[in-house]
Design a protein around this ligand. Structure first.
Ligand SMILES: C[S@@+](CC[C@H](N)C(=O)[O-])C[C@H]1O[C@@H](n2cnc3c(N)ncnc32)[C@H](O)[C@@H]1O
Length: 211
């Protein structure tokens, strides 16, 4: 996105996209320091207002994230939903999980945000109860395996936001592996009678509501 467009949107949002920007910057600093293999890409702060919408629509009391990184989005989601909401966030890289836990402690968020150590595909089968919102922001090659758990862990009205669809459609990630997994995931999700799904062209996220 052009810098001028980003600045315009930030002006329009008037502080509503500013929560935890320090964590966003720390995430980018960490990735630059650790080089190409590091997958700590925080989501765009311009997506922060989405979580205010999702939290309001779902009256969120429980949110689940796969792919915590340094904890930027988890903190944004917790703040958007307010003190009555708990966030569970799954992280496969123990170094990232430790950084996120420290960040939550420093921000007095550790009672509200729980970091679950491990891969999404191993942790999801162990989770219980229903989440009001789910954010997938980890390894897209696992996404097809998540579908039965997305059904099991949501209730009618829950919202599932899936990021990292770019490798299939373009933008960043065009050369990355896993295109068939993304296609299979989206095809199954779109046809799943338990969900209504919209794929956002250009942004390459999808938003699904559980019906
Ligand atoms: C795009 S970053 C997440 C950024 C975070 N959601 C944010 O916006 O601040 C992806 C993170 O997912 C982690 N990850 C990769 N594969 C994963 C998996 N299968 N399960 C859980 N975490 C995974 C990476 O270590 C990395 O920290």
């Amino acid at each position: 996105m052009k810098k001028s467009v980003t600045q315009l949107l930030m002006k329009i949002y008037d502080g509503r996209a500013d929560a935890h920007l320090d964590l966003y910057r720390l995430s980018n600093q960490h990735r630059r320091k650790h080089g190409r293999d590091c997958e700590m890409y925080p989501s765009d702060p311009l997506q922060a207002p989405l979580w205010r919408v999702v939290a309001s629509l779902t009256h969120a009391r429980r949110i689940l994230e796969v792919g915590c990184g340094h904890g930027y989005t988890a903190a944004v989601m917790a703040s958007a939903a307010g003190p009555g909401c708990r966030v569970d966030t799954i992280e496969a890289d123990p170094r990232h999980a430790a950084l996120a836990e420290q960040a939550f402690q420093e921000r007095s968020l550790s009672k509200r945000i729980n970091v679950l150590h491990g891969r999404g595909q191993n942790i999801l089968p162990r989770l219980k109860g229903r989440y009001d919102a789910v954010f997938l922001d980890g390894d897209w090659r696992e996404y097809p395996r998540y579908i039965p758990h997305l059904r099991r862990l949501t209730r009618p009205g829950s919202i599932v936001v899936s990021a990292n669809l770019n490798p299939l459609f373009g933008g960043w990630g065009g050369r990355m592996r896993g295109k068939p997994a993304i296609q299979s995931y989206l095809t199954r999700l779109v046809r799943d009678p338990h969900f209504r799904t919209y794929i956002i062209p250009g942004e390459w996220h999808s938003i699904s509501v559980r019906v």
